[in-house]
Write a protein that binds this ligand. Structure first.
Ligand SMILES: [Fe+2]
Length: 720
């Protein structure tokens, strides 16, 4: 018997009027189906326990409001349907932190009856539009990015996003407020089971992946999916299965949630704030020490399914990696996938499964009503199970635009506010991702403390890690704290060799800030790219009104933020082996750390929202980048980081290494840099010898080349 699918395949942009109408009705009815799981009216007004989202009444009305508002922006609807609701239910929430709770708006919300009636009016208006509008005549198809009808398909896909996010909010409500809707897809469950498959690692050789949805691909895409990049990845090994509940139980049993060393600083704060002891959708079923659990699905509490993938947030996924790394102390460490690696694991077939009728090769598009066993679906041709679907997969990358992507004018703030280094990417879709969300092109993101139906797979690496992960770890943080903030006596003057050959070394982060101050003409905004633990950024707060420090390494950023907040930090200066000295740094009173702002980010993918700066510092970053030329090009052009007339201070020892930068991307000295920085003139150069101390008898002595560039004022565009 042919299986019945409740979610249609993703709409093609050349579909005829009837198919578009059918897709709209399918989208709409999925929302109705989900909300029919609400068993009593008060559920609509019940805030999720974390209180960082609106109650469900907002999310019931909000997709309908978006149809009206976007169709009006596109000129396809002339008048509002209910102006009051269309303001009240327009904007959702993107909290800053887990404790960024909203209170006191309980009386704002409309009655369920009113929202139902409103939805019905919107449904009729959209049906009428689809049935009658001349732009949907065959001769005017396909719908393109420039068509007004882009607003219509955008509204379909927006509603499908909220189908998933509302389902998570329901999963977070007490079970008595819900019931499984009649017709909700079944789950792949076993009655009682303790087994889960043993994970194993699949090796991939280094390679290149192409990112970005072609502009003319025949389905709708969100702005962040377009643009194009070729990205290299190093060889890596990753788990064939998603991490299962059973595999995660080991972490729980081993005290993973109570050992601070497993957690990032922010992750630990979140964990303590919430007093979390196991994954959020596990339900204790007996005394705590016995580790007996059931599992919460969207609508039910059922026997624990140990072979389902674990649903956790980014902090928990990272803590699991850290714990596992410590288990294999000497040999291996673990982390999450990068976006490029995730793409490298996909099936080689170029089809986008959600565009096709039989989309049951993966657990997505509501083939199932919940997660499924991690070995339920066959491995793809790379040996990977659930390369798509089942649960989203947390990635190491923060959300960023692809080169050449632009916001769509009908929804220009869809992605850009989240290119802030504070949203982690999730890829692959989940069982309830439908439409464009379940597409191979989907790129989504959430704050690291937030829950979706998301889990992870792990990457295993030899302990000496390549690339930017080299900068992780407390020892590295201590080394950079000393280099940035140490007294001269701590850095090198206590060297036991009186004849040690360390003449005239500069204190590099301080010297860089001095060069910025010396050559800058204006002191509005400064950017410190590759700021590490933040000395130059905070030094610059003396003279600049606003200074932004960005680094790829989260531990560096956490450390810089701590210094900013506490105006002090205590760290360990290693002398030899385990001997050393605790050093406390206190910021001097003439600094203004409150003018500084630190964020994690990738120098090759900097968001447009950063704007322009009077002065940009690029200190010893260039030869640690995958695409140094892209970073330099980002300094100039229409949205260039350096404003016309502004200054770029760059230091680099040109220490190229293939583990960071493919050979063809190496720049051989200033002449090569000149070829890229076409809108700049070189105004100053200086050799700067400096040292990084490893311990009392081991120092790295580096002579970096400082160069100062001024962006030509002639590149100022005349105002119209
Ligand atoms: Fe929305």
């Amino acid at each position: 018997m042919e299986r019945k699918y409740i979610s249609s395949p993703l709409l093609k942009l050349d579909a005829n009027r009837e198919t578009i109408l059918e897709y709209f009705k399918n989208t709409w009815s999925l929302t109705e189906l989900l909300f029919s799981g609400i068993s009593k009216e008060e559920t609509y007004y019940r805030r999720p326990y974390h209180k960082i989202r609106h109650p469900l009444i907002f999310y019931y009305g909000h997709p309908a409001v978006l149809y009206v508002n976007k169709l009006r922006v596109a000129g396809l609807l002339e008048t509002p349907i209910d102006p009051q609701l269309e303001t009240l239910l327009e904007t959702g929430v993107d909290e800053m932190r887990w404790d960024d709770m909203r209170e006191g708006d309980e009386n704002l919300w409309p009655s369920v009856q009113r929202v139902r009636e409103y939805r019905s009016l919107v449904f009729q208006a959209v049906c009428r539009l689809i049935e009658t509008h001349p732009e949907l005549e065959t001769k005017n198809l396909p719908i393109t990015h420039e068509s007004r009808m882009w607003a219509l398909v955008m509204s379909f896909e927006h509603e499908r996003i909220h189908l998933e996010t509302s389902s998570v909010l329901m999963r977070e409500l007490p079970i008595q407020f819900l019931q499984p809707p009649a017709g909700w897809p079944l789950s792949m469950t076993k009655k009682k089971q303790t087994d889960f498959p043993k994970n194993h690692f699949i090796h991939r050789e280094a390679g290149t992946v192409s990112l970005g949805k072609p502009q003319d691909w025949p389905t709708f895409g969100w702005d962040n999916e377009y643009g194009h990049e070729e990205r290299n990845y190093q060889s890596f090994s990753t788990s064939s299965f998603l991490i299962s509940n059973g595999e995660f139980l080991e972490f729980v049993k081993n005290g993973g949630y109570s050992e601070e060393a497993n957690w990032s600083q922010e992750g630990w704060q979140w964990k303590r704030f919430r007093n979390i002891k196991w994954p959020t959708f596990w339900v204790a079923d007996g005394p705590a020490g016995l580790h007996q659990f059931k599992i919460r699905t969207i609508f039910e509490i059922i026997d624990m399914q140990w072979d389902w993938p674990v649903c956790v947030n980014f902090y928990e996924a990272r803590a699991f990696c850290q714990w596992k790394s410590q288990q294999e102390n000497e040999t291996h460490s673990y982390r999450l996938l990068t976006e490029a690696e995730h793409l490298a694991l996909r099936d080689t077939k170029s089809l986008d499964p959600v565009m096709h009728k039989r989309s049951d090769a993966y657990n997505h598009n509501l083939v199932s009503g919940s997660e499924s066993p991690v070995d339920a679906y066959p491995a793809n041709d790379k040996g990977i199970h659930d390369s798509l679907g089942n649960v989203w997969q947390w990635c190491e990358d923060t959300f960023h635009p692809l080169s050449g992507s632009k916001p769509h004018p009908y929804y220009d703030d869809f992605s850009s506010p989240c290119y802030d280094g504070k949203h982690q990417m999730i890829l692959g879709g989940s069982f309830i991702s439908t439409g464009a969300e379940a597409s191979i092109w989907a790129r989504f993101h959430f704050r690291p403390h937030f829950f979706q139906h998301a889990g992870f797979r792990i990457v295993k690496e030899a302990k000496k890690m390549p690339g930017n992960y080299l900068y992780e770890g407390q020892e590295m943080v201590n080394k950079y704290l000393l280099m940035h903030w140490g007294e001269e006596s701590d850095i090198h003057q206590n060297v036991p060799h009186t004849n040690a050959p360390f003449p005239q070394v500069v204190h590099l982060p301080v010297k860089c800030a001095q060069l910025m101050e010396q050559f800058s003409l204006d002191f509005g905004r400064a950017l410190d790219l590759g700021c590490a633990v933040g000395r130059s950024t905070i030094e610059l707060s003396r003279s600049f009104a606003e200074v932004i420090g960005i680094d790829y390494s989260q531990p560096f950023i956490e450390c810089a933020n701590k210094i900013k907040q506490d105006k002090r930090i205590t760290y360990w200066r290693k002398d030899s082996g385990e001997s050393g000295k605790e050093v406390t740094l206190r910021l001097s009173a003439d600094l203004h750390p409150e003018r500084s702002h630190f964020e994690q980010g990738d120098a090759c993918h900097l968001p447009i929202r950063l704007g322009q700066f009077d002065s940009v510092l690029l200190a010893n970053v260039l030869c640690r980048l995958e695409h140094p030329m892209n970073c330099l090009k980002r300094m100039q052009g229409e949205n260039g980081l350096v404003r016309p007339g502004g200054i770029l201070v760059m230091t680099t020892p040109f220490s190229w290494l293939e583990e960071y930068t493919a050979k063809e991307n190496w720049l051989q000295g200033i002449p090569d840099v000149k070829k890229v920085l076409t809108e700049f003139e070189l105004i100053y150069q200086e050799e700067l010898p400096f040292m990084i101390r490893e311990h009392a008898r081991k120092f790295e002595y580096i002579i970096t080349l400082a160069s100062v560039w001024r962006r030509k004022p002639s590149s100022i565009q005349e105002p119209n």
